[in-house]
Design a binder for this molecule. Structure first.
Ligand code: CA
Length: 227
């Protein structure tokens, strides 16, 4: 799933980010309400983790704006430190789908996100991603290419997971940078070097490179081995 975390507490945000990313999800994060709203409106997410108390714009206002002004229905799981019925009700009135009171178990967060996503009729992409000779299992992080297993560093793995989401489609460099590094500033050299590392690891394992450079634009994962 593609998940947005809007949380200003650095330790909580990092824990959520690391846990969900390690579980094979694609995660973006914002530390304030304004950035969170901007991301939620400009990108498509499968679920949003939204803290109630945020600088810039609180979670309830963000939620309300998203639902009523931007007409965006992405499932929202509200995270709240204030265990009062009143806050919970306000959260639901603003259009949140579910809530969790801090402190929460990380596994519980993932389970609720998946449940909300399914209730909306969404497919959970926590299943095997596959094209041609290449497969990636987001649950075990096991990558296989032409019969050989491949080990990849985290960012290269995420790059591969994004491209495997739509094999054959051309991804622009900007799009890949945004999907993998989000608002962390990535230079053009960052993508280039991770892409190089990914292609080298795959070529070494499978005997050929399944990624094509699309001149002046970006990259594409080929769907059939070259003949
Ligand atoms: Ca907070």
């Amino acid at each position: 799933m593609h998940i947005l975390i809007v949380e200003d507490h650095p330790a909580i945000a990092t824990n959520l980010y690391d846990f969900l990313e390690a579980r094979g999800h694609i995660v973006d994060a914002a530390a304030d309400g304004i950035t969170g709203l901007h991301l939620a409106v400009t990108q498509r997410f499968d679920g949003i983790l939204l803290d109630l108390g945020l600088p810039g714009m609180d979670g309830i206002t963000l939620c309300r704006k998203l639902r009523r002004e931007a007409d965006i229905n992405t499932p929202i799981l509200m995270l709240t430190a204030r265990d009062t019925l009143n806050d919970k009700l306000k959260g639901f009135d603003g259009g949140a789908d579910d809530y969790l009171v801090k402190p929460f178990a990380l596994k519980e967060v993932e389970a609720r996100l998946i449940a909300m996503h399914k209730r909306r009729g969404g497919k959970v992409t926590n299943c095997l991603l596959k094209t041609g000779d290449l497969s990636f299992d987001p649950k075990t992080l096991f990558i296989q290419f032409a019969g050989a297993s491949v080990k990849l560093p985290r960012k290269s793995l995420r790059l591969l997971a994004v491209m495997l989401g739509e094999p054959g489609r051309v991804f622009s460099r900007r799009e890949l940078e945004w999907e993998v590094w989000g608002s962390e500033l990535a230079t053009s050299e960052t993508l280039r070097s991770h892409m190089h590392e990914l292609r080298r690891a795959l070529s070494r394992a499978g005997g050929y490179d399944p990624i094509e450079t699309v001149h002046r634009f970006g990259y594409r994962l080929i769907t059939h081995p070259p003949s």
